[in-house]
Design a protein around this ligand. Structure first.
Ligand SMILES: Cc1cc2nc3c(=O)[nH]c(=O)nc-3n(C[C@H](O)[C@H](O)[C@H](O)COP(=O)(O)OP(=O)(O)OC[C@H]3O[C@@H](n4cnc5c(N)ncnc54)[C@H](O)[C@@H]3O)c2cc1C
Length: 375
């Protein structure tokens, strides 16, 4: 495979995923309750063997999975991605006991995972997080504070929680803990967001954790968070590309059908050129996502720049493509339940989470100037 084309086997896997998403996952997604984790959907992702793949494939395959699912069923895509985001720290940094206890259940979809980094006072500036981990005996801590905007909360069964073990030490004083949802002192509440998946706040009131709950090493948790986000960042772009492609496909079909001014919408050059532009930008974003993921898999030195560019371009492009698709569909796109009404809600949040677009530009600029300084 090059960064510019997929091989036959990859194309076949993408086609198979789209068939499964349309036939097996979309019907289950339709039965979900808004704002709640759809456990039947997560279980089906497990039964189809898709969740266990999260822990065996590289960044490019992860991107292909997310793009393919997003084209047919964004709910399934998001459920899969969140299992990966929440459990990747356990997979990559957990002890054998932690892995044995949780990864089989995350993989078969009987345990739902979540990644709890953001706080009311620490979003983009995650190193400023303040959820406190105070020493409680030689082997333990008590967690006290708040997390917010946590996808899958408060329904999840396990949380990867980033807490401050050394006050005043910035990124170097953070520890990652694996916190089961039934720990005493841990409560949660739902947030009603534009993003159509379960999301909530968590409140920690002296939640007990021990050395057996630490992921990686004490005070080295920020690396656990960044490792996870580095892997997932290009794949947020893949999610966006899948949504853009779905919006483009719908627009090509609609404008070829819709009668207007004695012809069809596609006969109006102003319309056809917009469709062409949507297609060009979607393809450019896709190629950048594939290239960034390939760079990650190859351990290339310029992964931070490439990942930031891919996430930035793909999420901004998807916003443009979905918005243009709404425009070219007219009023029907805004009817509740229409594919584009759904995509219009889905497409907004990825420009904010896992590093807002402005944060990605900051990373890109920093990398550019670093190159200059190195000369
Ligand atoms: C749908 C959804 C799901 C989420 N899921 C999770 C989750 O599962 N786990 C989790 O931990 N978090 C999650 N988040 C939280 C997300 O990671 C934060 O929203 C994000 O990090 C931004 O933080 P903030 O919202 O506090 O915005 P702020 O940090 O307050 O930033 C607000 C805005 O300021 C600007 N800005 C910020 N920093 C810079 C900068 N350095 N340079 C230039 N401009 C800047 C940007 O425009 C940014 O959007 C989720 C958010 C959403 C919307």
């Amino acid at each position: 495979m090059t960064a510019f084309s997929l091989d036959e086997a990859q194309l076949a896997r993408c086609a198979e995923l789209r068939t499964l998403a349309a036939g097996r996952l979309r019907p289950l997604a339709g039965k979900g309750e808004p704002g709640r984790v759809n456990r039947a959907l997560v279980a089906e992702l497990g039964a189809l063997g898709l969740l266990s793949r999260l822990f065996t494939v590289g960044a490019l395959e992860l991107c292909l999975m997310r793009e393919s699912l997003a084209r047919e069923c964004t709910e399934a895509e998001t459920a899969l991605a969140l299992q990966g985001l929440g459990a990747h720290p356990v997979h990559a940094h957990g002890t054998p006991e932690q892995r044995d206890r949780w990864l089989p259940r995350v993989s078969d979809g009987t345990a739902v995972a979540a990644f709890a980094l953001s706080e009311p006072g620490a979003g983009s500036d995650a190193a400023a997080l303040s959820l406190g981990a105070e020493r409680d005996g030689p082997d333990g801590w008590r967690l006290t504070g708040e997390k917010c905007w946590i996808s899958n909360a408060p329904d999840a069964d396990l949380y990867t929680v980033f807490a401050r073990t050394t006050p005043g030490a910035g990124a170097r004083g953070v520890t990652a803990f694996l916190v089961p949802a039934d720990r005493p002192g841990l409560t949660g509440s739902r947030l009603d967001m534009l993003a159509p998946h379960a999301i909530g706040s968590l409140s920690f009131d002296g939640v007990p954790v021990t050395a057996a709950d630490v992921l990686g090493e004490p005070d080295a948790g920020f690396r656990v968070a960044m490792d996870t986000l580095n892997l997932f960042r290009p794949s947020v772009g893949a999610f966006a590309v899948g949504m853009a492609q779905a919006a483009l496909d719908a627009t090509v079909a609609h404008t070829a059908r819709r009668g207007a001014f004695g012809g069809r919408l596609q006969d109006l050059q102003a319309v056809a050129h917009q469709v062409a532009e949507m297609s060009v930008r979607t393809e450019a974003a896709r190629l950048m996502v594939y290239a960034a993921a390939t760079a990650y898999d190859e351990g290339a030195p310029d992964v931070p720049r490439r990942s930031a560019m891919a996430k930035l371009l793909a999420t901004e492009t998807a916003q443009y493509v979905v918005d243009t698709a709404v425009q070219l569909h007219g009023a029907r796109a805004l009817c509740r339940g229409h594919l584009l009404e759904h995509l219009y809600r889905e497409v907004r949040a990825p420009r904010i989470y896992e590093g807002a677009s402005e944060v990605q530009r900051g990373i890109i600029a920093k990398e550019l100037y670093k190159t200059l300084e190195a000369r």
